[in-house]
Design a protein around this ligand. Structure first.
Ligand code: ADP
Length: 639
């Protein structure tokens, strides 16, 4: 049989792989030992996959059911070999997995690279390194693998310089064997003791035994000699099954790196054995950095499901709600059937109970951080706040707890720092409520498409004057959850850009009288303006909302805010355009000018300019920008 697969073939890496290798070798130079952690982690995943497939097809275990990872050294040849008897790879899988980068976020990752190695080096950690880390210490890597259940093995070899070769191979045992031909400056890794200490440091949590040949002190030779006996280097039981008091922070962190493929240490974790209607153990981590594709609501989730210590599936999205999709870790159930599928998970009441339990644990963890580790909480909010807030609109059972955890910008922090500098939003609803004025009944907010736009919104003017705090909602997700959350702690959330200005008990009588009086006084102007603006507005009225601006736009209480209307349109949705109400500041000289020129020729263009300015001030787009410029220029020339 002479098919192409019988011959040695040379193939090129995906261009990105080459770039990635260069970057990795450069940036991990001072931490080269992690190559072993990455390869052991892959071997352990391969064993998990085999164990899972063997649940329904026991013949895959062949005559070799004891899964383990072996690490060996050949000092003479300067090689280190990591082998496993896990699932192995077919030829096609080798090409797909080892010659390309199939990770989510790859495109975004490469788009972020600047070409400056120093600057790019720290990005590699966020991306995760995996198999390619072999090239940090090796100038040639040979991988021989045979997929469980298949007779054909394949040999892959590369010097990491852009190409790899593939050829058929003989391999009696199932699984993958990776041989690293050490670089001249990495020969010190060909040392049993060194490798054992690296395994204990990084891979102690790995569930299956990592074996090496036992070394002994030879008194005569005054040296370590390797014997023929095997020894297991790691603890070799699943970390989550061990009592918390037995596990060090470092071990928790190493397990996180294994389970998440993230290189940064996690921000926090929760580990609990739950006994009740459902028996399960959860070990869930909050990462410290958002992944590149976090805002993709369809992105894969990061929780692995085990049933009685047997790995079942990756990205078990049923185990956590979407707004917690950045969480990584494992859930190990004692009750679910081993042959559980995604479809079964979707309909399982047992899974609902596990999910509800995990959410509660995570919310407690976050509450604890918010209260006792404010800096960490700020970091959490900076990384994941935008996603977490989706919970306000989605998890009704826990909405109050989520609302308490939410943080926002407000006019309070703007006045504290007097600048538009962003910083991490830090004002909670509870902070806001504690600062509410005597007699204030509502929680005021404004929405905008940026912090600066919200901070400078004309709608805030009267609130600034009266010293009333307003929350600044500046993210698209805010408009979304506002659709379903309308109060906190019994206090209604009120947009300052919707409805009549209603300050409740905060409005003074004099203000109210003044408005009534000016409304009468301005009646002819208001009528005339309404006529001039026609369809563009629903109404024109005077307001005491403004102190500096001549005019602003508001919408009725139950209509879409201008900001939301723009967001929906930008997202390609069809929405009925809401007609705004134009409100005038009677104390403004421009408005006074209008009042005195009701009968003048330029009344209509001046009215239009006021309307257009108000639209611009809230971030809207003009229907006829060129016309606007023309009208303004005419006024600049004094006509
Ligand atoms: P990651 O592990 O983050 O997916 P890697 O580059 O480390 O990325 O590995 C890519 C893929 O190659 C893995 O997802 C897996 O499918 C496959 N792979 C790597 N090592 C092994 C192994 N020892 N046995 C079986 N498959 C492996």
């Amino acid at each position: 049989m002479t098919t192409a697969t019988q011959e040695k073939q040379t193939l090129a890496f995906q261009t990105e792989v080459k770039q990635l290798l260069q970057l990795m070798i450069h940036s991990l130079y001072s931490n080269r030992e992690i190559f072993l952690r990455e390869l052991v982690s892959n071997a352990s995943d391969a064993a998990d996959k085999l164990r899972f497939e063997a649940v329904t097809n026991a013949s895959l275990l062949e005559s070799d059911p004891d899964l383990k990872i072996r690490v060996s050294v050949d000092k003479g040849a300067n090689t280190v070999t990591i082998s496993d008897n896990g699932i192995g790879m077919s030829r096609d899988e080798v090409i797909a997995n080892i010659g390309t980068i199939a990770k989510s976020g790859t495109k975004e990752f490469f788009a972020k690279l600047t070409g400056d190695q120093q600057k790019d080096a720290h990005l590699i950690g966020q991306f995760g390194v995996g198999f390619y880390s072999a090239f940090i210490v090796a100038d040639k890597v040979t991988l021989v693998t045979r997929r469980a259940g298949s007779p054909e093995a394949v040999r892959w070899e590369s010097s990491g310089d852009g190409e790899f070769t593939l050829e058929p191979a003989d391999k009696s045992t199932r699984g993958t064997e990776i041989t690293l031909h050490l670089k001249d400056d990495a020969k010190d890794f060909a040392d049993d003791w060194r490798l054992k200490s690296i395994i204990r440091k990084y891979s102690d949590h790995i569930q299956l035994p990592i074996v090496m040949k036992k070394s002994e002190w030879d008194e005569e030779a005054k040296a370590q000699v390797t014997t023929d006996e095997d020894e297991t280097i790691n603890k070799a039981n699943a970390i989550w099954t061990r009592p918390k008091s037995d596990i060090t922070d470092e071990q928790y962190q190493e397990f996180y790196k294994h389970v998440s493929h993230d290189w940064q240490p996690p921000l926090a974790w929760t580990h609990a054995k739950v006994e009740g209607r459902q028996e399960y153990t959860e070990l869930l981590y909050v990462p410290s950095q958002p992944p590149f594709d976090m805002f993709d609501r369809e992105r894969k989730h990061g929780v692995k499901l085990y049933v009685k210590r047997v790995f079942i599936m990756e990205d078990a999205e049923q185990l956590l709600p979407r707004y917690l999709r950045f969480i990584k870790g494992v859930v190990d159930s004692n009750d679910l059937p081993l042959n559980v599928s995604r479809e079964i998970l979707q309909e399982s009441k047992d899974v609902d109970a596990i999910r509800a339990g995990c959410v509660k644990k995570l919310l407690s963890l976050l509450e604890d951080l918010a209260e006792h580790e404010k800096e960490k909480y700020a970091k959490f909010w900076e990384s994941f706040g935008r996603v977490f807030k989706e919970g306000l609109g989605e998890d009704f059972a826990n909405r109050e707890r989520i609302a308490k955890l939410a943080r926002f910008h407000s006019t309070h922090d703007a006045s504290a720092s007097a600048s538009a500098s962003a910083g991490v939003p830090a004002v909670s609803f509870a902070d806001y409520v504690s600062r509410m004025k005597h007699g204030q009944e509502k929680i005021y907010y404004v929405t905008g498409d940026s912090l600066a736009a919200a901070q400078n919104s004309p709608h805030l003017e009267v609130f600034k004057k009266k010293g009333i705090e307003v929350l600044l909602f500046t993210e698209p997700v805010d408009e979304w959850w506002l659709g379903s959350l309308d109060e906190f702690d019994g206090k209604k959330l009120q947009s300052v850009a919707k409805g009549d200005l209603d300050l409740g008990a905060l409005a003074d009588e004099a203000d109210k009288k003044e408005i009534e009086k000016t409304t009468d006084e301005f009646k002819p102007v208001l009528d005339k303006m309404k006529e001039a603006l026609g369809d563009k507005v629903k109404d024109v009225r005077v307001t005491n909302r403004l102190t500096e601006s001549p005019a602003c736009l508001v919408v009725d209480e139950h209509e879409l805010s201008g900001n939301l209307e723009r967001l929906l349109k930008a997202a390609g949705q069809k929405v009925n355009t809401v007609k705004p109400i134009l409100e005038l500041n009677p104390a403004h000289p421009l408005v006074a000018k209008l009042k005195s020129s009701v009968d003048a020729d330029n009344f209509a263009p001046l009215s239009l300019i006021l309307f257009e300015q108000s639209l611009l001030a809230e971030g809207g787009q003009l229907e006829d920008p060129a016309g606007f410029v023309k009208r303004v220029n005419q006024f600049m020339l004094g006509s």
